[in-house]
Ligand binder design. Structure first.
Ligand SMILES: Nc1ncnc2c1ncn2[C@@H]1O[C@H](COP(=O)(O)OP(=O)(O)OP(=O)(O)O)[C@@H](O)[C@H]1O
Length: 798
């Protein structure tokens, strides 16, 4: 899935096989396009031998809900035909022509070697070889870039095929995700598993194959916004992508991406073919963007910048500046779901040629590799983004500006387990994982859309599961108009993958789109924040300041104190910035008066150059001279006389060395001794603090000693009390036993109390509760200090 590929010598096998099939010629290369009609195998109604052989390889059926096409499949069924390449690259045109002619299609099948053989019922199974591609003559269009082939000079002359027309407004842009399916034409003796009707944009699995997968698959149609079966990228671009380019020029975000299994034609659709004959969506979109600007209002100013990133093995890589290590982060300044990738190189571009050059540069840094199915397979997802800034330059300080992005996303192809090398398998695992998380996000978004408002359901969208979904978060959360092309491999052996892709296509159709024009107020009267995300605002700001500077310097003209080179330098910067801003309503690219605005191209003079252009160049040259002069003036200079005499230089060196020594002495002295008053002050301050700390320590020691003495006294008092209690208890027990003997009737009552009167219950032997050591002030039976003293005296005397 690369933006650029070198010419292939052979076509890889298009069916799953444990080892690579023998090399075949690429039926799409210029040299092999003349396949004779006689080679077209027509085997109705039997299944071709190859299809029978492959049936064993067709995977088990997967559960799928039947499609609900807007138009009845029954109504369109008679027009269905098997996928094939038609004359002029568009089968639909050929089919429509036949229908109008009223030629019974069945009569032609098997009876003629006509290149337009058709089958007239959806149940027919006719697998056909790819037909020669007979391209209609068309206006020159930019070739898809390749690192080796890019030729800026030739691209310059090829800008624009002239068919883009910028409407003044874009209020009627698509309000749902636009989903087109593209079935790659069969290659060589490859067979096709699908019956298609481009007019109703419907396709269905061949009946025989469907039957092998279960009755639920028979006659199940899939209908989308568009269906393409040929090799023309012009059709798919015009119907799917161009409306989004239009929207982007009017301030909406747009995202176009290609989804499908490996070798199904994603890169072919987005970038074009290897030979550069069939430019893809990206070069066409670039071309139209510039053309749209030329057709825009003469009052509008534009600035275009591009970035190009790749996600490989869950690592984001900046393809324009590989030394960067971009990170994906939430960017709340841009909205609730917004994320940004930084650091990411963004290049300001002023011509399609520059864009193609950057694409080629990025392409050279991409991860590509050979897989079982694709000789040059994209092993990473890429996102090529063009940011369009614009505003109306009607005089006035406050001008609304627009900032929109066109993201062109080429996803790596999903692939099944293969006999590939370990690192390819790990790579494939990561690709599948990220595509799976994309599928989950799309599922959650479509479920959310289908949910009745207020009902419970999936609220969480797992954007964070992979880098791919994080990067797509801005677009998928509804802020962008979305166009998706789902590519299918026609092979019967790849039916399961194709069904997966169609399921994805159906899901994404239900994702909600609420794109709005991204228009903001812009300040250009010297108050705009320098961090404004809009480069146009920043450049205009700087240009305003530079113009004021020029006016001031021109006012001082003739004043000897004003360095004249400064004027030229300021003027040169002004011109440099001015050249990066594109003016709406400029001559169209095809017109002879059109010059690329790229500063890179503005070198040298020619005799044909108009006067203002020569003046501009002169300015730039003068400013360069003045810059160099200023640099020269800023250099350290020797005294006038020292420049001629050696003694003068020696003297200067001696003087400077003397100065260095003196300075060193001063530094050493300052480091060695602190000034006396300062030291005394610090010492006095510290002495006070130390004395205070010592006094506090003494007071605490005294308090501790006091507490200690009190504790000792109380312990002795307690011991005396305990002894007293023992004696009294013993006395009471003795009295009770006497009473027991004297009054036998009171015995039961006495025996009830006797256990409580054991000496163990008296004060001093009963342990207090472990947690509560506080003194109970409420107790009226507390011993006073005098009681304690008395007790102690008594104890001492006894
Ligand atoms: N519609 C088409 N018409 C003619 N040739 C096509 C078409 N689609 C794809 N091809 C050819 O099929 C081959 C595989 O296509 P491509 O590389 O675009 O697939 P892919 O989906 O990008 O694969 P991967 O995911 O592995 O990168 C290429 O040789 C390409 O030129």
């Amino acid at each position: 899935m690369g933006l650029a590929r070198t010419q292939r010598a052979e076509t890889p096998p298009m069916v799953s096989a444990p080892s690579r099939a023998p090399a075949r010629e690429n039926p799409f290369s210029r040299d092999t396009l003349k396949v004779s009609d006689a080679s077209i195998p027509v085997t109705e109604p039997n299944i071709p031998p190859r299809a029978v052989a492959q049936k064993a390889a067709i995977p088990a059926p997967r559960a799928m809900e039947p499609a609900t096409p807007a138009r009845s499949i029954k109504a369109t069924a008679p027009r269905m035909h098997t996928a094939r390449l038609a004359h002029g690259g568009s089968p639909s045109r050929a089919v429509r022509a036949k229908v109008t002619e009223g030629v019974p299609m069945r009569s032609r099948v098997g009876t003629t070697s006509s290149s337009h053989q058709e089958c007239d019922t959806p149940t027919s199974r006719v697998y056909r070889q790819v037909r020669p591609l007979d391209r209609p003559a068309q206006a020159p269009i930019p070739r898809p870039p390749t690192a080796e082939r890019i030729d800026v000079a030739s691209l310059e002359s090829e800008v624009g095929d002239g068919s883009f027309v910028l409407e003044p407004d874009d209020l009627h842009g698509p309000d749902s995700v636009q989903v087109h399916v593209r079935l790659r034409p069969t290659m060589g003796d490859e067979e096709c598993a699908w019956k298609t009707d481009e007019e109703s944009a419907t396709l269905m699995l061949d009946d025989h194959l469907a039957a092998t997968k279960g009755p639920a698959h028979v006659g199940v149609p899939y209908q989308f916004d568009g269906l393409h079966t040929g090799s023309s990228n012009a059709d798919i671009y015009a119907s799917l992508a161009r409306p989004l380019v239009h929207s982007v020029l009017h301030g909406y975000h747009g995202v176009i991406f290609a989804y499908g299994q490996t070798a199904s034609g994603k890169t072919f659709t987005l970038s074009g073919d290897e030979a550069g004959l069939e430019p893809g969506v990206i070069p066409r979109a670039v071309q139209d963007l510039f053309q749209g600007i030329c057709q825009g209002s003469a009052q509008r100013e534009y600035l275009l910048r591009v970035s190009y990133l790749e996600i490989w093995n869950e690592v984001v890589k900046d393809l324009l500046e590989p030394s960067n290590q971009p990170q994906v982060r939430d960017d709340r300044r841009r909205g609730a779901h917004a994320v940004s990738v930084a650091p990411l190189h963004e290049a300001v571009v002023t011509s399609p040629a520059q864009v193609f050059k950057l694409l080629a540069r990025g392409e050279a840094h991409r991860h590509m590799g050979e897989t079982d199915w694709n000789e040059r397979s994209s092993r990473s997802h890429t996102c090529f983004k063009i940011t369009v800034e614009s505003w109306d330059r009607t005089p006035g300080a406050r001008r609304p500006y627009r900032l929109s992005e066109l993201s062109l996303i080429d996803l790596a192809g999903s692939e099944r387990y293969s006999a590939q090398r370990t690192h390819r398998r790990a790579e494939g695992g990561n690709i599948n994982k990220s595509l799976l998380s994309l599928g989950k996000v799309i599922y959650a978004l479509s479920e959310r859309q289908a949910r009745v408002p207020g009902s419970a359901g999936p609220g969480h969208i797992p954007y964070r599961d992979s880098k791919l979904t994080r990067i797509l978060q801005n677009s998928l959360s509804g802020q962008a108009r979305i166009a998706v092309v789902c590519t299918l491999n026609p092979s019967p052996a790849m039916v399961e993958e194709s069904l997966g892709t169609l399921n994805f296509a159906r899901r994404i159709k239900h994702v909600a789109v609420r794109a709005e024009v991204n228009e903001f107020e812009g300040e250009v009267a010297g108050t705009a924040a320098p961090s404004s995300p809009v480069l146009l605002v920043r450049y205009r700001e700087e240009m305003g300041a530079l113009r004021a500077q020029v006016d001031k310097l021109q006012g001082h003209h003739g004043d000897a104190s004003t360095p004249q080179p400064t004027l030229h330098a300021v003027q040169a910067r002004l011109d440099e910035l001015g050249a990066l801003i594109l003016q709406g309503g400029a001559p169209t690219p095809q017109s002879e008066a059109w010059h690329p605005v790229s500063p890179a191209k503005q070198r040298g003079f020619t005799l044909d150059d108009p006067l203002p252009r020569v003046q501009e160049k002169l300015h730039a040259a003068l400013s360069k001279i003045s810059r160099l002069e200023r640099k020269l003036a800023a250099r350290l200079s020797l005294p006038g006389d020292a420049q001629t005499r050696d003694e003068g230089k020696d003297m200067l060196i001696r003087d400077l060395m003397q100065q260095v020594r003196e300075l060193e002495t001063v530094c050493e002295a300052q480091v060695g001794a602190a000034p006396q008053p300062m030291r005394e002050e610090v010492e006095a301050e510290w002495a006070e603090l130390v004395a205070a700390a010592q006094a506090e320590t003494q007071a605490r020691d005294a308090f501790i000693a006091e507490l200690h003495a009190e504790c000792t006294r109380l312990r002795r008092a307690n011991e005396a009390l305990t002894r007293l209690a023992h004696e009294q208890t013993a006395h009471m027990v003795q009295q009770l036993s006497v009473k027991e003997r004297e009054v036998p009737a009171a015995r039961p009552v006495l025996s009830l109390f006797a256990p409580q009167l054991r000496p163990a219950t008296v004060l001093g032997t009963h342990a207090p509760p472990a947690t509560d050591l506080s003194i109970d002030d409420s107790s009226s039976e507390r011993l006073s200090t005098s009681d304690v003293d008395e007790l102690l005296e008594e104890a001492d005397s006894s």
